[in-house]
Design a binder for this molecule. Sequence first.
Ligand code: FAD
Ligand code: HEM
Length: 398
Amino acid sequence: MLDARTIDIVKSTVPLLESANTALTQHFYQRMFRDNPELKDVFNLSHQHTGRQPAALFAAVLAYAKNIDNPAVLSAAVERIAHKHTGFAIQPEQYAIVGHHLLETIKELAPDAATPEVIGAWGKAYGALAEIFIGREAQIYQDNETRAGGWRGTRAFVVKQKRVESEQITSFLLVPADGGAVLDFKPGQYLSLHLDSPALKHREYRQYSLCQAPNGENYRIAVKREQGGVGSNFLHDQVREGDTLQVLPPAGDFFMEVSAETPVVLISAGVGQTPVRAMLDQLLSQSHRAPIHWLHACENGAQHAFRADIRARRRAHANLHTHIWYRAPLADDQPAEDFNATGLMDLNKLREAISQPAAHYYFCGPLPFMAMVKDTLSGWGIADEQLHYEVFGPHQSL
Ligand SMILES: Cc1cc2nc3c(=O)[nH]c(=O)nc-3n(C[C@H](O)[C@H](O)[C@H](O)COP(=O)(O)OP(=O)(O)OC[C@H]3O[C@@H](n4cnc5c(N)ncnc54)[C@H](O)[C@@H]3O)c2cc1C
Ligand code: HEM
């Protein structure tokens, strides 16, 4: 429990934080990677170059300072970040390193404001937050280790099958090298691969949503080749069937908690279909009674991964309604059979069908796409509690 004085001092630094903005976290990461270069093997350096991780950290630090007297407001964010941390195998002793660089950053960027009192208060506040993360992460690690099929740290998985799903997306079926069972997960969650090869400059963690429902025996992920991307090109070009990958247990706070009577609307674009496919598998296998809508957008038939599979499901399940947009169909793409509309997804066209008051919406895709989905659904008056989304990278609020 933080004392009132500490809370007041931390709150008084909010304007200072706001004026520094992401310069604060950019500086923090620069000095941390300079002094602790071993952490370059932990962080996703592409997210540093794009600025998305410094932005995510800044948003978290600012939200903490603003809500330090009411930390319950932060519980959803804490849960998401703790899961993300476990996907990078973050350890308790690393919190002291981060805390040190955070305090030094404040001193270096705001030498006048960084009085011993301010630094003392931030030190205490950081310690309290670190304790919350360390505690929650310890629970997740413990739970992953003790549940059936579970493990701690990385575990070797063999690539049993590598299957081309579309021009850019290839799926990987992963089975444990030790022949044991695997942990169940909540559809929507992701695996983290720890890529380590002489072909890579650094060891890299990359997250991939599990794209089929749990079966206790194996996992399937589907990876889009990203232009210039380190991990995806490595997986597409260097990893072959029979090779071994190091895998951390499933993680993530994007999953469904709905009754069989809840209408569910799944909305995806491109490779963002991976988590919602697993959700769909789960709903169909549990004989979900309410209507299920899946709205998907992609470029054309050649880039439409898993398209035969979704056709088969549509035929087999009367309560599954799919609607597919191709931005620019190819000459041999079949309207009605492969896709229903041309151009970008337009939710307003389906408003009557999908805007039931009790529905829950799960969406995933590029950030501008998800912002469009969120704005449209919010514009229809749908409450935030019914909207759930996953960002394929450092989290950003829509
Ligand atoms: C929860 C979660 C789930 C995910 N699920 C999936 C999934 O199911 N399928 C999937 O395919 N992906 C998924 N992702 C994304 C995935 O983790 C990777 O981010 C993605 O594969 C790209 O990684 P990469 O190593 O190929 O690209 P990176 O090397 O990370 O590069 C990403 C982009 O940044 C650019 N870039 C990198 N460094 C620089 C630089 N120095 N200067 C300029 N530009 C630069 C690259 O050119 C590239 O376009 C998920 C991510 C998260 C967080
Ligand atoms: C109280 C301290 C910390 C806070 C507030 C914090 C905050 C965050 C936030 C907001 C994210 C993004 C989460 C998301 O995308 O959903 C994140 C990711 C991450 N954090 Fe932390 N973190 C803390 C401590 C640490 C520590 C001690 C380490 C270990 C060195 C660490 C390593 C990472 C890594 C590797 C990622 C993923 C980065 C990426 O995707 O590029 N964090 N953290």
